[in-house]
Design a protein around this ligand. Structure first.
Ligand SMILES: [Zn+2]
Length: 218
């Protein structure tokens, strides 16, 4: 079982991917996580990646592809499958993936803009410990104060509605050609998430149902 998960920023993609991976006994390959880890460990690759990220640029295809190839080839359990999160972002990347591993399906999360704005614009993060709250769905006990460490809560710059809308536009522009590219090649399983407070397990169950319907899992 190998599939690619597409979903807009703020869709909860990472959460669903890790739960699905546990359920299906496969692994998540998140290029974003790999890069963050390399940056944190200050490796050669990490320093290279940080340069692009600090300039607000996308990491070039050749670096992303190289990282993915090494990751997949170095995986002892690659035969058991994976979920790709954050890859591919370009047609070039999609073509490179085909050369090293066949995918079985695309899982596409469709989330209306208002749901994402609602969810992300209510998100607050603790300055001290990084704990995440939501003013509607996961309220701190005292306003603007972290339950765990009494740190001050703040709103990340990219969680502001105007920035969210911009990120969604970028995501759409990036994803549309990829969906077009895959539509005759792989089954595309579409999952609608039409409310800001659907529990993750419900979405995960929907995805599993779609995978079953497509005869990809038992
Ligand atoms: Zn805290």
């Amino acid at each position: 079982m190998r599939f690619i998960i597409f979903g807009p920023p703020g869709a909860g993609k990472g959460t669903y991917a890790s739960r699905l991976a546990r359920e299906l006994k496969i692994v998540v390959i998140s290029t974003g996580d790999i890069f963050r880890d390399e940056v944190k460990r200050n490796t050669d690759l990490g320093r290279k990646v940080a340069e692009f990220l600090n300039r607000g640029e996308l990491v070039p295809d050749e670096i992303v592809i190289d990282v993915l190839v090494k990751k997949i080839q170095g995986m002892p359990n690659s035969k058991h499958g994976f979920i790709l999160d954050g890859y591919p972002r370009t047609i070039e990347q999609a073509k490179a993936l085909e050369k090293i591993a066949k995918s079985d399906a695309i899982v596409r999360l469709i989330v209306p803009e208002w749901v994402i704005v609602e969810r992300l614009s209510n998100r607050r993060v603790c300055k001290k410990c990084g704990a995440i709250y939501n003013l509607k769905y996961l309220k701190p006990k005292k306003p603007s104060i972290c339950d765990k460490c009494e740190g001050e809560l703040f709103q990340r710059e990219d969680d502001k509605p105007e920035v969210i809308r911009e990120r969604l536009k970028v995501y759409e522009a990036q994803t549309r050609p990829l969906i077009e590219y895959y539509k005759d090649k792989l089954p595309i399983l579409t999952i609608e998430c039409n409310s800001p407070d659907i529990p993750p397990e419900v979405i995960v169950e929907k995805i599993l149902q779609e995978l079953r319907k497509a005869n990809l899992i038992d």
